[in-house]
Design a binder for this molecule. Structure first.
Ligand code: HEC
Length: 154
């Protein structure tokens, strides 16, 4: 609950900042839909790539939680590393030109968060510390999802 609220605060702050910075290439206004999140319009292949990366991040979160529940840190570490910076699709220069700065920052912060978690697990941090890291990380997921959606170029 607290994290959701944090996500919304970050989201609103981000929308205000974006208002000052002006829209990026991929940003399109919402039409008649009640969904007022900012639409990022990408080529179908770019959108597919981003969504595949998202599903991988959810898989990582699931693997981390399962690893922690089974007291198996190596499993959790492997799951976290899967979504680290090494696997960030948004480091693609083409995508970087299209996406808003705030989106990119949140995305990079999230990938780095997975790496930090994996490092913590490798170093044998306590479960409480790892959970705190995971809580921060999933706050990023919520914050970004509050603000953006992905559409395809028509
Ligand atoms: C920088 C922004 C951002 C971050 C951070 C982010 N997402 Fe997403 N995610 C999106 C957007 C945008 C969509 C598309 C939503 C839409 O079009 O309705 C999406 C979609 C998804 C989907 C749906 C995939 C599909 O195939 O339709 C999943 C699952 C997902 N995200 C998981 C996560 C998880 C888990 C995290 C955190 C570990 C996360 N995301 C972090 C922006 C983000």
């Amino acid at each position: 609950m607290k994290l959701t609220r944090l996500g919304i605060v970050v989201g609103v702050a981000g929308a205000i900042v974006l208002g000052f910075l002006g829209p990026s290439t991929a940003v399109e206004l919402h039409g008649t839909s009640a969904d007022t999140r900012q639409r990022l319009v990408l080529a179908p292949a770019q959108r597919d790539m981003m969504l595949a990366e998202m599903r991988l991040m959810l898989e990582s979160v699931s693997g981390i939680v399962q690893g922690l529940a089974a007291d198996d840190l190596p499993v959790a570490e492997k799951a976290a590393r899967m979504s680290g910076m090494m696997h960030a699709a948004d480091t693609d220069p083409q995508l970087q030109k299209l996406l808003p700065q705030l989106f990119l920052e949140l995305a990079m912060h999230t990938h780095r968060g997975f790496d930090t978690l994996a490092d913590q697990m490798k170093a044998g941090s306590s479960q409480a510390d790892i959970l705190r890291g995971l809580a921060k990380l999933t706050g990023n997921c919520v914050a970004c999802h509050v603000m953006y959606r992905l559409d395809e170029v028509r």
